[in-house]
Design a binder for this molecule. Structure first.
Ligand SMILES: [Mg+2]
Length: 254
């Protein structure tokens, strides 16, 4: 039954700018595994520069550890080298420390759980909703469309942040729900999907190549963590969404 229309939104880089928290929690997680590391409290420019390449939370912990003085500057190639072959860079980093993605993800979530328990307000304050985005989500009722959040972040942390903004999506799926294309396919059996808004171009390309999702309108959020060349040469079916267009009626987004 296609009961209602549903718009699906990524979270980090679309609804919220969590850069301050990414470094804070990744740094703490890295230090808990690597106490001898020397890591700055302020966000390294290289960490900001690498953010568009980061897909899962554990990668932030690895990258933070690789900013340690004693480990050299992000392996041998610096930020440029990391960007040139990001997957190889992550694999090399994991083997340097003998870490696994699971270990790093669990450590990151442990840091976040402790932060929520001990200083919830402080943890929430490290996240900044993008200007106008919570208000626009809240007004989607006027377009007669429901909205959902689909993120690679843990569901519980995302729920905390949405609640702090007074937002209640019709659906919330975190990394526990599996790959984004699988979740979208599942949604498509219950809803009429009106679109997917995401700031990771590679994810949108994967979605459009997924059988059953070839016709799903995909929107690249121009305000998110984009790579320098992301907004040019978009594939068919992927449209750049500006804050101005997002603020307007859904029917005019593309
Ligand atoms: Mg994102």
């Amino acid at each position: 039954m296609l009961a209602c229309e549903l718009l699906v939104f990524d979270f980090d880089g679309v609804i919220i700018d969590g850069m301050e928290e990414y470094w804070w929690s990744a740094r703490r997680a890295a230090l808990s595994l690597c106490p001898e590391a020397v890591l700055p409290e302020s966000i390294p420019e290289g960490f900001r520069a690498l953010r568009p390449w980061i897909h899962h939370g554990w990668e932030m912990v690895l990258i933070a550890a690789l900013f340690s003085d004693s480990r050299g500057s992000l392996l041998t190639g610096g930020v440029d080298g990391a960007i040139r072959d990001y997957n190889a860079f992550c694999a090399e980093g994991l083997s340097r420390f003998g870490w696994t993605p699971t270990l790093l993800q669990e450590r990151l979530e442990q840091v976040r759980r402790e932060a929520v328990l001990t200083d919830r307000a402080g943890w929430l304050a490290m996240h900044r909703p993008y200007p106008g985005v919570p208000e626009r989500l809240a007004s989607l009722d006027d377009d007669d469309v429901s909205w959902a959040v689909l993120t690679t972040k843990g569901k519980a942390f995302t729920a905390e942040l949405l609640a702090s903004m007074g937002l209640t999506p019709a659906r919330l799926d975190g990394r526990e729900s599996g790959p984004k294309p699988d979740v979208l396919l599942s949604h498509s059996r219950d809803w009429h999907l009106r679109g997917f808004v995401e700031d990771r171009k590679a994810t949108l390309e994967t979605v459009r190549r997924t059988a059953g999702l070839e016709r799903l309108p995909c929107f690249l959020a121009s305000w998110g963590y984009l790579k320098p060349e992301d907004s040019t040469s978009l594939p068919d079916g992927v449209m750049l969404l500006s804050p101005e267009a997002f603020a307007g009626p859904l029917a005019t987004w593309n």
